[in-house]
Design a protein around this ligand. Structure first.
Ligand SMILES: [Zn+2]
Length: 184
């Protein structure tokens, strides 16, 4: 079963943070092996906010009051990180996690604003740049291969994923590891 199918079934086809069914996609809770256990199913709004912590809407994330009690560790970990970002230490303190889950929650890759991302040649990449993929890449969860030579325009630099950029390939927004990219 694909990760997306597993998450669809697990979530009942709803965002695992806020319950919305709008624009659902798989989000890997990094560091992640790409499995369903280490991913969550999120709606467009939650995903946008996870990726743009500067623009987080605290009102939208009232849903974390519930998701933090989820039985799914990946959902708890994401809730924990978002509540921390929102400065809600009162709720963070109430979250219960097994030791290994807590270690995962605290292992968020650091790439907050100001982090520098470089392509395979060491050239600094910025949001809005175009890059070329230099190796065929299997895209986990999306079910296609990003072909070598593909140009990815208008990339963004994710806040929560080290050594990756985000861009659209075959109409799907995906993370691409910078070591497989060359600035165009
Ligand atoms: Zn949501």
């Amino acid at each position: 079963m694909s990760v997306e199918k597993e998450l669809k079934a697990r979530s009942g086809d709803k965002c695992e943070l806020c319950g919305s069914s709008d624009g659902l996609s798989v989000f890997e809770v990094l560091p992640s092996d790409g499995s369903a256990e280490q991913s969550i199913y999120v709606c467009r709004v939650c995903k946008e906010q996870i990726e743009n912590p500067d623009k987080m809407d605290e009102a939208h994330f009232n849903c974390l009051n519930e998701s933090m009690w989820s039985e799914i560790p990946a959902v708890v970990v994401m809730s924990y990180r978002l509540l921390k970002t929102l400065g809600r230490e009162d709720l963070v303190d109430m979250i219960y996690m097994e030791d290994d889950v807590k270690a995962w929650a605290d292992a968020a890759p650091k790439n907050s604003s100001g982090a520098i991302v470089r392509d395979s040649n060491g050239v600094v990449l910025n949001a809005g740049d175009s890059v070329v993929i230099i190796k065929d890449l299997e895209v986990k969860g999306a079910g296609f291969t990003a072909k070598r030579g593909t140009m990815v325009k208008n990339i963004t630099i994710p806040q929560d994923v080290a050594d990756h950029i985000e861009g659209r390939v075959n109409g799907t927004k995906i993370y691409l590891k910078t070591e497989f990219l060359k600035k165009a």
